[in-house]
Design a protein around this ligand. Structure first.
Ligand code: XMP
Length: 327
């Protein structure tokens, strides 16, 4: 029978045969696909794999720790973390245009990853093990179909993959998820014992919170949004609705202010937009009819716990005409 255990065994055998005694690197994003792809390759070739996690400082609360701590604990993988938050924030300073933000983040990501890859290649020669030859990509079956399906030439939509890595990186690709759909990838992740928070994570854009701050990005604004987002996610989870909702962007309108009354006085704060959507594939989406009690708890907690926010509003636009993200 065709079980997840079979899929894991067959993939592990195939990867082991492909890699031999060579070294492999993999960029981890914190998302499901790269996490499962890396875990499969790690199971196949162990310490021959080095993972690179570029912390761009635009992740949500707890996500970097999930990779640095929980993922390493679950897999024992050799992880190379690059803390590049300052670099990304410096480059993003004063930038308001969404596409400009994406361009900067994509460019910086590639630079940081290339430097890390060079360091790993250089270090690899020193211990007598073969140099790095392979790069792992979490390409899924739908990506293969969309890109025309040439062997080893996966062209993942750049929109969906911050640091769609440059062609001249000169590695052979390993794509252990090429025959799988998303639900199968999740099942494989569970089979491999990965943290449930990673395996069941909703899609999250590569540029992270930078495209959920309408306006320029800075560390204060990121901190505000991070706290509001953590509350919204926690309440959705507490209500048992994680799997009902496709994605739940929480957006800070950083350049908008409105008058409120909080505690003893008048405030002049920022609105937070809740954008829960249901969808099959992100191409079209409908706004989620979250229960009023859940919306109320999120609103009350955000305005009580995040001083800078005095208004919580709900986005009731479908896609089209609205996109899922605000930027
Ligand atoms: P939109 O906002 O276009 O989003 O309706 C469709 C899906 O794509 C995600 N998204 C991105 N993912 N880099 C990514 O990796 C991006 O720049 C990006 N922009 C949007 C969005 O979260 C949704 O899942």
């Amino acid at each position: 029978t065709w079980t997840m255990a079979n899929i894991v065994d067959e993939t592990v055998t195939a990867v082991r045969a492909q890699v031999g005694a060579k070294r492999v690197i993999c960029a981890l994003s914190g998302g499901v696909d790269s996490a499962v792809a890396a875990a499969l390759v790690q199971k196949a070739v162990g310490a021959q794999l080095t993972c690179v996690y570029v912390d761009h400082g635009l992740m949500r609360q707890g996500e970097t720790e999930q990779v640095e701590r929980d993922y390493v604990a679950a897999t024992g993988v050799d992880l190379h973390v690059v803390d590049a938050a300052d670099r990304f924030l410096t480059q993003l300073k004063g930038v308001e245009d969404p596409e400009e933000k994406r361009k900067i983040i994509g460019r910086e990501f590639i630079r940081v990853f290339e430097t890390a890859a060079r360091d790993i290649v250089a270090a690899a020669g020193e211990d007598g093990v073969e140099p790095v030859e392979f790069l792992v990509q979490g390409t899924l079956y739908p990506d293969v179909v969309e890109s025309g399906g040439g062997e080893g030439t996966a062209n993942i939509k750049s929109h969906h993959n911050v640091g769609g890595l440059p062609d001249d990186l000169q590695f052979t690709l390993i794509e252990p998820l090429r025959t799988l759909f998303k639900d199968e990838v999740r099942a494989v992740g569970e089979e491999l014992g990965l943290p449930a928070e990673m395996v069941w994570r909703q899609p999250f854009p590569g540029p992270g919170l930078a495209i959920r701050i309408v306006g320029a990005v800075d560390s204060e604004r990121l901190a505000i949004l991070r706290r509001a987002d953590a509350i919204a996610r926690a309440e959705l989870t507490a209500a048992g609705l994680d799997r009902e909702v496709w994605q739940f962007p929480v957006v800070l309108l950083a350049d908008v202010r409105s008058v409120g009354v909080q505690g003893d006085g008048r405030t002049y704060g920022h609105p937070i937009v809740l954008r829960p959507v249901s969808s099959e594939d992100a191409m079209t989406a409908d706004w989620s009819r979250l229960p009023y009690e859940v919306l109320e708890r999120i609103s009350t907690r955000i305005t009580n716990e995040v001083r800078e926010v005095n208004r919580v509003v709900l986005d009731v636009t479908s896609k089209p005409p609205g996109t899922i993200e605000w930027e």
